[in-house]
Design a protein around this ligand. Structure first.
Ligand code: 0O2
Length: 224
């Protein structure tokens, strides 16, 4: 790893970078788990299927800095690489994605610094996901460090598509044959269709369950 140490007054060593970003990641992950538990308690429903968290490898950080024309310094990575700490939240339904994003926005010490809605505006590749870059404070012994975390929120189907496309992208070093690219675009359309149908199926089931419950309430009132 060829990261040079910068003597600014921020984070100034790779060890400290890992410590601070790991702390931010753990906090976000715990907060998401708490939201999921509370949702289960209040609505008897879990919007989050699972969560993946990772710290970007030094090699990928250096690659990203090079790609954007920056020297490999600690200062540059903290300033320009937004996804050193990354968390991926996988939901069942598209509606859960926006619900979770709103709940993140409402947390007082979280600042949303950028949003990319690749669900409303998918990439040409077919990629769909909701991205937020946020900062949250990490409390150290002598100071607080506002630390960036990239949050990617997507459905199980979008995640399946993205992980396969990611593998293909790397296999062909970003230059996959045209027929594979267009097949991926077709599969992305199927993912959109599948998500829409699963959402409407779920809404129909909920309406039936709620209808049955209110019938039960009506019956119990008759008994009283
Ligand atoms: P990796 O290998 O996953 O870490 P920024 O992070 O904002 O400086 P960028 O690329 O403009 O840079 O941000 P964007 O578009 O929000 O993408 C960030 C991440 O989203 C990527 O990280 C990928 O993980 C994912 N992503 C974006 N576009 C695609 C896509 O077309 N297909 C797939 N499978 N994933 C995508 P990295 O660092 O580029 O890659």
């Amino acid at each position: 790893m060829d990261l040079k140490v910068d003597n600014g007054d921020g984070i100034d060593s790779w060890k400290e970078v890992t410590l601070v970003y790991n702390a931010a990641l753990r906090q976000i992950q715990t907060r998401m788990e708490i939201l999921n538990d509370e949702f289960q308690h209040v609505h008897q429903y879990n919007p989050i299927e699972h969560i993946k968290a990772r710290i970007k490898t030094p090699e990928s950080i250096v690659k990203k800095l090079k790609r954007h024309g920056y020297a490999s310094t600690i200062d540059n990575m903290v300033r320009y690489v937004n996804d050193i700490a990354g968390i991926r939240i996988i939901c069942s339904f598209t509606s859960d994605i926006y619900r979770i994003a709103d709940m993140i926005r409402e947390q007082r010490d979280i600042k949303v610094i950028a949003v990319k809605d690749y669900i409303t505006f998918p990439k040409a590749s077919g990629y769909k996901s909701y991205h937020m870059i946020v900062t949250l404070p990490v409390y150290l012994s002598d100071r607080n460090v506002d630390t960036k975390v990239e949050i990617q929120i997507r459905t199980v189907a979008m995640d399946f598509w993205a992980s396969l496309e990611h593998k293909i992208h790397y296999k062909f070093e970003g230059d996959a044959p045209d027929h594979i690219k267009s097949e991926l675009v077709e599969c992305a359309k199927m993912v959109t269709d599948l998500d829409a149908r699963m959402l409407s199926l779920n809404e129909e089931i909920l309406a039936i369950v709620q209808g049955t419950e209110s019938e039960v309430v009506k019956e119990s009132k008759k008994v009283i």
